[in-house]
Design a protein around this ligand. Structure first.
Ligand code: IMP
Length: 214
């Protein structure tokens, strides 16, 4: 069956292809289908944004569609930057400016616990979605360390490691990251369904919440 990924980011597509390598599954990125619109991420939660992206493109293409939304939540900032992670320091989105703002807000603050969150939504062609989540707990350092990765990676040190995400080998980050956790959970939860080329979610009652289109 064909699974559409609601992303044009080649790194995300590679990561998803590596995890979702089910027999007979063809994974296509949003850029591979002509005329698909950019879905605006204007939700107040990661869940709302991931569901909106998955449902919008699933209903347009009539394909099972997977979408993700992710970001950083800092405890001392009551969960900010949260869904505003990409544009924390304003438009246009800028990683360096975001990191400077974060460091300034946490100056002289010893409480530096933070977590990366990733929500993955899967929508049926009829626009009914389920979600799974992945979390990576850690803390924000007082200065940048490392050159790899993107976004808040140079400031984020995951619990039980002595390197920031930006100092880590990409392969290690991709094993422990919030996105890896969410994608692995997605695979465990939905692989059977996707392997069957089903037309919609099974009719039997499920413990998982289904987000219906409005
Ligand atoms: P998106 O889910 O790809 O739209 O991510 C939104 C924003 O969250 C990014 O622009 C980054 O600022 C931040 N972010 C998400 N995942 C990561 C990560 O793995 N490392 C660093 N920053 C991240």
């Amino acid at each position: 069956m064909k699974l559409l990924i609601a992303s044009r980011n080649p790194h995300k597509l590679t990561e998803i292809r590596a995890i979702f390598n089910l027999p007979g599954m063809e994974i296509v990125g949003a850029h591979e289908i002509e005329g698909l619109p950019e879905v605006i991420e204007d939700g107040r939660t990661f869940q709302a944004n991931a569901v909106k992206k998955a449902v919008s493109l699933a209903m347009l293409t009539k394909l099972w569609t997977l979408a993700d939304d992710s970001g950083l939540e800092v405890e001392a900032l009551n969960g900010e930057p949260g869904v505003c992670s990409a544009r924390f320091a304003g438009e246009p989105a800028n990683y360096v400016a975001n990191n400077v703002k974060l460091l300034n807000l946490l100056e002289n603050n010893e409480h530096r616990a933070a977590r990366f969150i990733c929500v993955v939504a899967l929508s049926s062609p009829n626009g009914r979605a389920q979600i799974v989540e992945g979390i990576c707990q850690g803390r924000i350092l007082c200065e940048s360390r490392g050159e790899q990765g993107f976004g808040y990676d140079p400031l984020f040190m995951p619990d039980n490691y002595e390197q920031t995400f930006a100092q880590m080998d990409a392969a290690l980050k991709n094993q422990i990251s919030h996105r890896a956790m969410a994608l692995k959970r997605a695979m465990q939860t939905w692989s059977e369904l996707l392997g069957q080329s089903a037309a919609d979610w099974p009719a039997r009652r499920t413990k998982r919440k289904i987000f219906e289109k409005d």
